[in-house]
Design a protein around this ligand. Structure first.
Ligand SMILES: NC(=O)c1ccc[n+]([C@@H]2O[C@H](COP(=O)([O-])OP(=O)(O)OC[C@H]3O[C@@H](n4cnc5c(N)ncnc54)[C@H](OP(=O)(O)O)[C@@H]3O)[C@@H](O)[C@H]2O)c1
Length: 267
């Protein structure tokens, strides 16, 4: 089957990594269905792809709403054809220090990053296993490898996604379906624009999309970029806790931490 006949579904396509990947896939000749909540942004994406000779079809939906995801997948397969590749990029980030942690802050992040991906998977898996082919790439994060300061919520949601993909991979492989996990480091997007700290190994979004694109054409389970940062965090994961936690402890942001706040004088 040539790229022209293959349907790719990308969530989180209105911005950042998902958007750049949608353009890269369309440029390679794939027919791309692009999902996110902002229909106006998806229309702009469609026009940008058309100017480059590519095809992107907007399928606006909210991945936290099971009925919208079901209707969106139904529509894509009815109007375009069977989904060959799904890249689940929709996600969000909520940095918190320990004293800021609440269940209320965590709930929407898990609802989008974990349950939102699950809403997509429950529609993709039966279709792809029935056909005996397909590829699903769920976007997690290097922050899912090991708990990092400020990532108690975000990292937890991504660790859950990594674990789920690991559990599904061997099972899906028996049905001819390829499960992949995507673990990016820092990529310059609206999601990281809110970070006030220096982000090591920060990548441009086009480079991230290129690495993602190459990973989707490989047999690897994990697609990770940039490689050096991924390696550093893998090493961290392998250290004894005492050493690993001493290293991560050094990255707790002092300027926001109550333990480092100037003490009020008594007079
Ligand atoms: N940037 C990084 O450094 C980095 C690093 C590691 C992992 N990641 C992961 O990569 C993925 C993409 O991140 P990004 O940096 O490209 O972020 P981004 O620019 O903020 O894009 C997030 C995308 O998710 C969509 N989205 C948010 N809520 C949604 C919902 N309820 N339903 C459907 N779509 C929704 C947004 O579109 P709408 O607002 O239009 O819905 C947008 O298209 C995320 O899963 C993120 O956790 C990013």
């Amino acid at each position: 089957m040539s790229n022209k006949e293959k349907i790719v579904w990308i969530t989180g396509a209105s911005s950042g990594i998902g958007r750049a990947l949608a353009l890269r896939m369309a440029q390679a000749g794939y027919r791309v269905a692009a999902s996110a909540r902002r229909a106006d942004e998806l229309d702009k994406l469609k026009n940008e792809a058309a100017q480059q000779g590519g095809e992107i079809v907007p399928v606006p939906l909210d991945t936290t709403k099971p009925e919208e995801v079901r209707a969106g997948v139904d529509r894509i397969e009815r109007e375009m054809g069977p989904i060959s590749i799904a890249a689940l990029c929709a996600g969000t980030y909520e940095p918190v220090l320990a004293h800021e942690l609440t269940a209320e802050k965590a709930r929407p992040v898990f609802e989008l990053n974990f349950m939102g991906s699950l809403n997509c998977l429950e529609n993709l898996i039966p279709r792809m296993t029935r056909r005996g082919e397909g590829r699903i790439a769920a976007v997690a994060s290097l922050a899912g490898y090991f708990g990092l300061p400020t990532s108690a919520i975000y990292g937890g949601s991504k660790a859950a996604l990594i674990n789920m993909a690991e559990a599904l991979q061997p099972d899906l492989a028996k049905h001819g379906v390829k499960m992949q996990i995507v673990n990016p480091g820092f990529v310059k997007t609206p999601l990281t624009d809110k970070n006030e700290f220096g982000m090591p190994f920060l990548m441009e979004v086009e480079d991230a999309a290129e690495a993602f694109y190459r990973g989707l054409h490989s047999d690897r389970f994990e697609i990770t970029f940039p490689r050096r940062f991924s390696l550093i965090l893998r090493l961290l994961q392998m250290l004894p806790y005492r050493a690993a936690l001493a290293l991560t402890g050094a990255t707790v942001p002092k300027e926001k931490h109550p333990a480092f706040a100037p003490k009020l004088s008594r007079s």
